[in-house]
Write a protein that binds this ligand. Structure first.
Ligand SMILES: [Zn+2]
Length: 426
C-alpha cells in the first residue's frame, strides 16, 4: 500500500555539511527521512484531523500521548522538485514550504513507553517528522524516552517537549556512548603541507555528562617527538623570517620541527612533566563538559609543531600547549603572547587578539588558584604554534626547572587553567 515518493532530491555537498554528516552518512539520513514521505500508514489508534493546527510544533505537545500529530506527507502525484546543487537557501525554503502545503496523510504511532538508544552521530531531533525544525542533534549512545513508534519515525521526549527522530537510528538495546576517537593528520588541511612529521595520531575525547559545553580544547603536552630536533620546518606559513628568539634565533626562516625541551633540576624531562599536567587538565576539562583533543599521551608522538597546530585548527576550538621554561628561578607561570612583528601576518592577523585574551584568562585562573605568576603573566614570542594558529592558541609556561610538579601542585595547575578557559568562554 505504499505510495512511493516521486520527488527527485539532489542534495548539495553544502547541505550535507549543514547536517554534519559525511557524504555517505548524509545520503543515508536523507534517504531515511525522505522515504517517510510515502503516504498514509495504517491507523490503529485513531487519526488526527488533517488541520493546519496539527502540524504546528506548539500543538504537537498537546495531542494525546498515543497519537502523533499529523505528518506532512508528499502528494505522490506532485510535480518534481529538484534541490539542485546550486540551490539557494531561499529556494530550499520554498521547497519545504511546498511540502508542508501538500500535507495530506497522518502517521499513526504505536504507543510506547521505553528507553531507546541512538546508533549514529549527528542524528536530527525534529519538532515534527521529516520537515520539522531541527531542535538538536543526537549522537551515538544518547538515550531518550520513546512514547510512540512508527517504522520511520519515533516520537520521543526531548528537553521537556515532544520531538521526533528517525526510527532507523534507534534501538532498545543499550548502546555505549562514544568516548574517544583517534585523529589522524590530513595533509589537505590548510598549511598541512608545511608539516614534516605527521604519522602519529592524537585522541579526541568526548564529554559524556549532561553538562556538555560543545567546545573542544586541544591540550598539547609540549615536546615528545623523537627525531623532531633534527628536522626543520618553516617558521611562518609565508616563509618570512622569525622576529624573536626562542629555541631558534630571530632571522631564521626554518625552525626545529619539535625541540627536545628542557630537563628539570631533578633530572626529569620537561616532556614528562608537561604530559603529567596535560593528563590532569584533560580530566578536569572532561568533567566540566569540554571535549579534549589530546595531542600526546605517551613519551612520543610523531607530530611536529605544525602538525599539532594544524590538527588543533581543524578539530578544536582553542589550543593550549603546556611547557616549563629552562631557567632555574622558580619564576612562576606566564604565556607566550603574540609578538608585535607577526600580528599583520596571516593567519595570525585573524586571531591574535583572541589568543592573547585566552592567555590572559588562563593566567588569571592560575593566579586565582594561588599559582605564582611571572611578571604581568605574558611574554611576546614568535612561535611556530602561534604563526600557524587559526584558533585561539597559547604556549603556557607553567614554571621552570625548579618548579614543583607534585600531584597536588599539578591538580591546582589543572584547576587554574580550566578556570581560565571557563572564564574565556563565559
Ligand atoms: Zn617546552
Amino acid at each position: 500500500m505504499k505510495n512511493h515518493f516521486k520527488k527527485t532530491i539532489v542534495i548539495s555537498a553544502t547541505a550535507c555539511t549543514a547536517l554534519a554528516f559525511s557524504l555517505s552518512g548524509c545520503k543515508k539520513t536523507y534517504n531515511a527521512e525522505f522515504s517517510e514521505t510515502s503516504a498514509a500508514v495504517s491507523v490503529e489508534e485513531g487519526t488526527l484531523a488533517d488541520t493546519e493546527a496539527n502540524v504546528l510544533p506548539n500543538e504537537s505537545t498537546t495531542v494525546e500521548s498515543n497519537i502523533g500529530p499529523t505528518v506532512p506527507a508528499s502528494n505522490s502525484g506532485a510535480q518534481a522538485t529538484v534541490l539542485a546543487a546550486s540551490n539557494t537557501t531561499a529556494q530550499t525554503k520554498k521547497a519545504s514550504e511546498t511540502t508542508a502545503a501538500e500535507t495530506a496523510a497522518p502517521i499513526s504511532f504505536q504507543s510506547r513507553d521505553e528507553k531507546v538508544y541512538i546508533m549514529a552521530d549527528d542524528v536530527n531531533i525534529r519538532a515534527l517528522p521529516e520537515t520539522g525544525e531541527v531542535l538538536g542533534k543526537a549522537n551515538t549512545g544518547d538515550s531518550f524516552h520513546r512514547t510512540g513508534y512508527s517504522d520511520k519515525w519515533s516520537r520521543i521526549e526531548y528537553n521537556g517537549q515532544t520531538a521526533f527522530i528517525s526510527s532507523d537510528y534507534t534501538t532498545t538495546n543499550v548502546v555505549e556512548k562514544k568516548t574517544s576517537e583517534a585523529v589522524s593528520f590530513n595533509t589537505d588541511w590548510e598549511f598541512g603541507g608545511n608539516s614534516k612529521i605527521n604519522s602519529g595520531t592524537a585522541t579526541l575525547y568526548y564529554a559524556t555528562g549532561s553538562n556538555k559545553k560543545g567546545k573542544t580544547v586541544c591540550v598539547n603536552a609540549g615536546h615528545g617527538t623523537s627525531g623532531g630536533e633534527s628536522v626543520k620546518t618553516l617558521c611562518h606559513p609565508d616563509g618570512t623570517a622569525k622576529v624573536t628568539g626562542g629555541s631558534t634565533a630571530a632571522g631564521n626562516t626554518h625552525a626545529t620541527a619539535v625541540s627536545s625541551g628542557t630537563t628539570m633540576s631533578d633530572g626529569t624531562s620537561e616532556a614528562y612533566v608537561n604530559l603529567k599536567v596535560a593528563k590532569a587538565l584533560k580530566n578536569v576539562l572532561l568533567e566540566r563538559g569540554y571535549n579534549v583533543l589530546m595531542i600526546r599521551e605517551s613519551e612520543d608522538v610523531q607530530l611536529d609543531n605544525i602538525a599539532r597546530t594544524v590538527m588543533a585548527n581543524n578539530r578544536a576550538n582553542c589550543h593550549i600547549a603546556i611547557h616549563y621554561d629552562s631557567t632555574t628561578k622558580n619564576k612562576g607561570a606566564f604565556f607566550m603572547s603574540v609578538a608585535d612583528g607577526i600580528k599583520g601576518m596571516y593567519p595570525v592577523s585573524t586571531i591574535w587578539q583572541e589568543s592573547d585574551r585566552l592567555g590572559a584568562n588562563v593566567i588569571n585562573g592560575l593566579s586565582a588558584n594561588g599559582v605564582k605568576i611571572f611578571g604581568d603573566g605574558s611574554m611576546q614570542m614568535d612561535l611556530t604554534q602561534t604563526s600557524y594558529s587559526k584558533i585561539p592558541s597559547i604556549d603556557l609556561e607553567l614554571g621552570d626547572k625548579v618548579s614543583d610538579y607534585s600531584d597536588s601542585t599539578v591538580a591546582v595547575l589543572a584547576q587554574g587553567i580550566a578556570d581560565g578557559i571557563d572564564s574565556y568562554y563565559s
